[in-house]
Design a binder for this molecule. Structure first.
Ligand SMILES: NC(=O)c1ccc[n+]([C@@H]2O[C@H](COP(=O)([O-])OP(=O)(O)OC[C@H]3O[C@@H](n4cnc5c(N)ncnc54)[C@H](OP(=O)(O)O)[C@@H]3O)[C@@H](O)[C@H]2O)c1
Length: 321
């Protein structure tokens, strides 16, 4: 029997890497379009994965990419705009194109990654409002079986959350912490990917939207303290008040790499904790921060990395090929 092909948009990103490898282990072929495939050599070495250069904003390209696919998974997103209108382009207009291309190519299954608190009207930031608008479009698409996922912060070895905190602690003698009281319930990237793979052919998930949170919620200050403890750096962390946090967002948002932005500040005004229970019917029990994060934070030395790699390899060996 020929393996089914899944097109994963945004498959080259942090969640994408994990999802693509779980999909191949589940027996699928994966096509992962990218703006620059050369930046993603680690994905290209995976068997049954085709990373290709493609402009996914071009409708003809999307149509051609989706022909013959069993399903499309959309993980594409940006956290900050580099130019005005980019949130709309990536989070909304692209979804319209994906829906049309699915219909043109005869693909009826679409899985879409949204975010916790995404809401077209009530989202506290542009990021959350545009993500909400895109999610609503996807769920309303006629003739498609759509499932959307709304995760809190996602963590894992290559995350930009704990790694960013650890880097800041490493490079700054004193860390001024924006939005220290913001709450979140981090979820492990492998659990997110597993939920998506399990939902792929599960008809009970069609038309549903699932909030995805880890087992415990924390304030940002608690997570920064925890990272400080794991790194062993014992830096001083200074929690900033609301006004200072907003100002830091405005200042850092002007930097080319935008380590933090005013829109990020606005997103953090809404607690990223789930109101719904974890979708345990999909057979995934989310693992805690305390079990995973010490394997990659505070182990920057080669022995620690080796330990994490070996554990992952052992886990992979237990998965069906
Ligand atoms: N990470 C989290 O903590 C978190 C939390 C909640 C929700 N989410 C959601 O989960 C999904 C995946 O997140 P992630 O952390 O894996 O993101 P990521 O690492 O930033 O990856 C995003 C992907 O989107 C593609 N992309 C970005 N901008 C694009 C553009 N303008 N045009 C075309 N492609 C573009 C990139 O592909 P190329 O560069 O190869 O083209 C990249 O592979 C997103 O929908 C995000 O909103 C993530």
């Amino acid at each position: 029997m020929t393996a089914k092909t899944i097109c994963v948009l945004g498959g080259t990103g942090f969640v994408g890497h994990q999802l693509v490898s779980q999909l191949t282990r589940a027996g699928y072929y994966v096509v992962a379009p990218s703006r620059n495939r050369e930046r993603h050599r680690s994905l290209q070495v995976l068997p049954k994965v085709d990373v290709i250069d493609a402009d996914i904003h071009d409708e003809e390209t999307l149509n051609a990419l989706f022909v013959g696919c069993h399903a499309v998974i959309n993980l594409t997103a940006i956290l900050n705009e580099n130019k005005r209108g980019e949130f709309q382009q990536v989070h909304v207009e692209l979804i319209e194109k994906i829906i049309n291309a699915c219909k043109n190519a005869g693909v009826s299954r679409l899985l879409h990654m949204s975010a916790l608190n995404a809401d077209a009207d009530k989202g506290s930031s542009q990021y959350l409002r545009s993500k909400g608008e895109g999610e609503a479009l996807a769920l309303a698409a006629e003739g498609l079986d759509v499932t959307s996922f709304r995760p809190s912060v996602i963590f894992g070895e290559d995350d930009s959350f704990f790694n960013k905190l650890a880097n800041l602690l490493l490079n700054l003698p004193v860390l001024p912490l924006t939005c220290p009281e913001s709450r979140m319930a981090p979820i492990y990237v492998s659990d997110v990917a597993e939920v998506i793979v399990k939902a792929l052919n599960d008809r009970t998930t069609f038309g549903q939207s699932y909030e995805l949170c880890g087992p415990k919620s924390y304030s940002l200050k608690e997570l920064a303290d925890y990272t400080n403890q794991l790194t062993g750096l014992k830096r001083t962390i200074i929690p900033l008040g609301n006004g200072m946090s907003a100002m830091m967002g405005r200042i850092m948002g002007m930097m080319p790499f935008k380590p933090f932005s005013y829109d990020n500040y606005l997103s953090l005004q809404t607690p990223a904790v789930c109101s719904d229970a974890f979708p345990s019917q999909l057979g995934v029990t989310p693992i805690s921060v305390e079990i995973i994060v010490p394997k990659y934070i505070g182990h920057a030395d080669i022995r620690g990395r080796y330990h994490a790699i070996r554990e992952r390899a052992a886990r992979d060996k237990d998965q069906p090929a």
